[in-house]
Design a protein around this ligand. Structure first.
Ligand code: ADP
Length: 633
């Protein structure tokens, strides 16, 4: 006789929650049931360690899926430890387990943030997830050591009660029979099952099998034959020792994981032992894989708990500046289900992340030192992403800084220097690291700002990526040397203009200031040797490059972006204008000269003159005045 027993009240709530809020991610029911079956097999093996006879020769360990289209059922069977009557009551009909309570708390928390399904989907909900796809679940189970007549049959529609009765079961283990809901009949399809097993349980230790019918023979001899197909690859190579894994195996695994066609540039594979244990297998891609979204700042590693996929992309395992890294983490110290505590609050995840970051940065440093060409290819693809680490990973910024490559005023096009090399090559009287930002190294190499540096035998780093503008000021200094923009006002180590020169230019500077309201200031500089004039950003203002970037993004640059016009007092043109002004400060040409000096400085910094036609007219005036036939001699 089947007894009818009632679930505890909380369980009703739970079942309701699961069946109603998990709709979007209900695929996970199969992962949960297969995991339970696999656990049951492990328990049986463990239990029989001392007494193998207990297993009665039934040791062909496997989890079997049996879709039955006629009956509309999907059965998940195992030959694991099974359950006694009391265990069925305790395990499938009670809410005394901490897991269920924790789950309810978690959903309450998640409910507040409106993310219940996502959260639940990540944690797994164990056996009860069966009710997402089934309107009735039957469990037939016979415990290890129990005779065939002492099996139990549990059945419930998930509405608050279940029935329990004794039954016959020829073999040890558990059959979970799902009477699939009308809208869940796709789980009878063998391709759908194959796909789900490969997704969630591919690396499970035990085979997950299914009977498939195949046509064999030719012509009249043709007949259908049923054979058992193993659905999972079972190759969790991250669990093996590094020395036991072949390069081809890594490569194959990486390609499947990253959807990349090239082999990875580097493999990072290790097992952390000690207080917490986890295994890490990560890859650094050689090139940007097709579809890598540079802008999308999300990273993540696959998280497995004992070979079972828990999360496709666990963001807590990898900071976003390492988002090019692909890989898996497997930890047996994490709960498979929500049972013990919330995964997201688990401090183990932070420990793992720290360890992964450390190992990835070390691997990159090794590649840079030992396989420079490979590193260069990697860097061209991902250097811009890596740089974000300067701003985002305070603790590791020095290590990240050491991985950066820069073109400089003295490097050949497309050759690079590093901060360390730059510092090493600094002349003894140089105390700061100079850099210049702009669109291309080629253009920057022609910049007037480099003149004084060149004259003094100093190098300037040329930064051409948009992110440099944000990152370099964040870095601030390297090995105690300040990073200073070469186009900023202030001391760039080029010395002061002598007082006598300043005095003689003072009236001209006031005149320029009056005529050039678009300049924040006009002053003399020593930073130029060949050019007559240049524009510099005030120490705290945005640089010209930054402003152009903001304009391109359609944003107004704050602060009006006025720049300081600097004049080279040693330049013949500037000296001629000064002399003209000294002899007749009312000469109408003076204003034209002021404007032209300003405009050539605008062009030299890579910006556009606001009125190109007016500029051309001014130049034409000069040409017309100058283009007299040379006096014949
Ligand atoms: P969890 O797996 O987190 O403990 P579940 O709700 O999935 O939670 O399962 C509850 C319990 O039921 C399991 O701990 C296990 O003892 C028992 N159980 C579930 N499925 C099986 C199975 N296939 N064979 C034996 N015991 C099982």
């Amino acid at each position: 006789m089947a007894e009818t027993l009632e679930f505890k009240a909380e369980l009703k709530q739970l079942l309701h929650l699961i069946t109603h809020s998990l709709y979007s991610d209900r695929d996970i029911f199969l992962r949960e049931l297969i995991s339970n079956a696999s656990d049951a097999i492990n328990k049986a093996r463990f239990d029989a360690l001392a007494n193998a006879d207990k297993l009665e020769g039934n040791t062909d360990w496997k989890v079997k899926l049996t879709p039955d289209k006629t009956a509309g059922t999907l059965t998940i069977s195992d030959n694991g430890i099974g359950m006694s009557r009391q265990e069925v009551i305790d395990n499938l009909g009670t809410v005394a387990q901490s897991g269920t309570k924790a789950f309810l708390e978690a959903t309450k928390l998640a409910g507040k943030s409106g993310d219940a399904p996502g959260l639940i989907g990540q944690f797994g909900v164990g056996f009860y997830s069966a009710f997402m796809v089934a309107d009735k679940v039957t469990v037939v189970t016979r415990a290890l050591g129990a005779p065939s007549g002492e099996a139990s049959r549990w059945e419930s529609d998930g509405q608050g009660t279940y029935t329990l009765e004794p039954c016959e079961k020829p073999a040890r283990g558990t059959d979970v029979i799902l009477h699939l809901k009308e809208d869940a009949k796709q789980f009878l399809d063998s391709w759908a099952l194959r796909r789900l097993v490969r997704k969630f349980s591919d690396f499970l230790e035990h085979p997950v099998v299914m009977d498939v019918e195949k046509e064999v023979g030719e012509g009249d001899e043709k007949k259908k034959e049923t054979s058992e197909e193993v659905l999972n690859s079972r190759k969790a190579i991250w669990l093996r020792n590094k020395s036991e894994v072949k390069a081809e195996e890594y490569e194959e695994f990486y390609k499947g994981l990253a959807h990349d066609t090239d082999p990875p540039a580097d493999v990072i594979h290790y097992a952390a032992e000690g207080k917490t244990e986890f295994k890490v297998l990560c890859f650094v891609p050689a090139q940007k894989p097709f579809g890598f979204d540079y802008e999308e700042p999300v990273a993540g590693l696959r998280l497995y708990v004992q070979r079972v996929l828990i999360m496709e992309r666990c963001e807590q395992l990898l900071p976003s500046y390492l988002r090019f890294v692909k890989g898996v983490v497997d930890s047996s110290d994490l709960p498979l289900n929500v049972s013990r505590e919330l995964l997201q609050q688990n401090p183990l995840l932070d420990t793992i992340q720290k360890s992964v970051v450390k190992n990835v940065l070390e691997a990159l440093a090794g590649m840079k030192n030992l396989e420079y060409e490979k590193y260069l290819t990697f860097y061209k693809a991902f250097g811009g992403v890596l740089k974000e680490g300067i701003a985002r990973d305070w603790a590791n910024r020095d290590k990240v800084a050491d991985l950066l490559l820069f073109e400089s005023a003295t490097t050949e096009p497309w050759k690079f220097t590093t901060l360390a090399q730059y510092v090493e090559n600094m002349p003894t009287d140089q105390t700061e690291i100079a850099y210049l930002t702009g669109e291309s190294a080629e253009q920057l190499r022609r910049s007037p700002y480099l003149e004084a540096f060149r004259a003094k035998g100093r190098d300037v780093l040329l930064l051409t990526e948009p992110i440099d503008e944000f990152v370099i000021p964040q870095l601030g200094e390297y090995k105690g040397k300040k990073l200073v923009a070469a186009d900023r006002a202030g001391d760039t180590g080029t010395g002061d203009v002598p007082a006598g020169v300043k005095e003689s230019f003072a009236p001209l500077l006031s005149f320029f200031k009056e005529k050039l309201p678009e300049a924040a200031d006009v002053r003399l500089t020593n930073r130029l040797t060949d050019s007559a004039a240049c524009l510099v950003a005030d120490a705290n203002a945005l640089s010209a490059h930054m402003e152009r970037l903001m304009e391109r993004m359609g944003r107004d640059a704050p602060g009006g972006a006025k720049r300081v016009l600097e004049l080279n007092p040693n330049h013949a043109t500037v000296e001629a204008v000064r002399a003209l002004h000294a002899s007749n400060s009312a000469d109408p040409r003076l204003e034209l000269y002021a404007r032209l000096l300003f405009e050539q400085a605008v062009i030299a910094e890579g910006s556009k003159v606001p009125d190109p036609v007016a500029f051309a007219n001014r130049v034409n005036d000069l040409i017309a005045r100058d283009a007299k036939p040379a006096p014949s001699t």
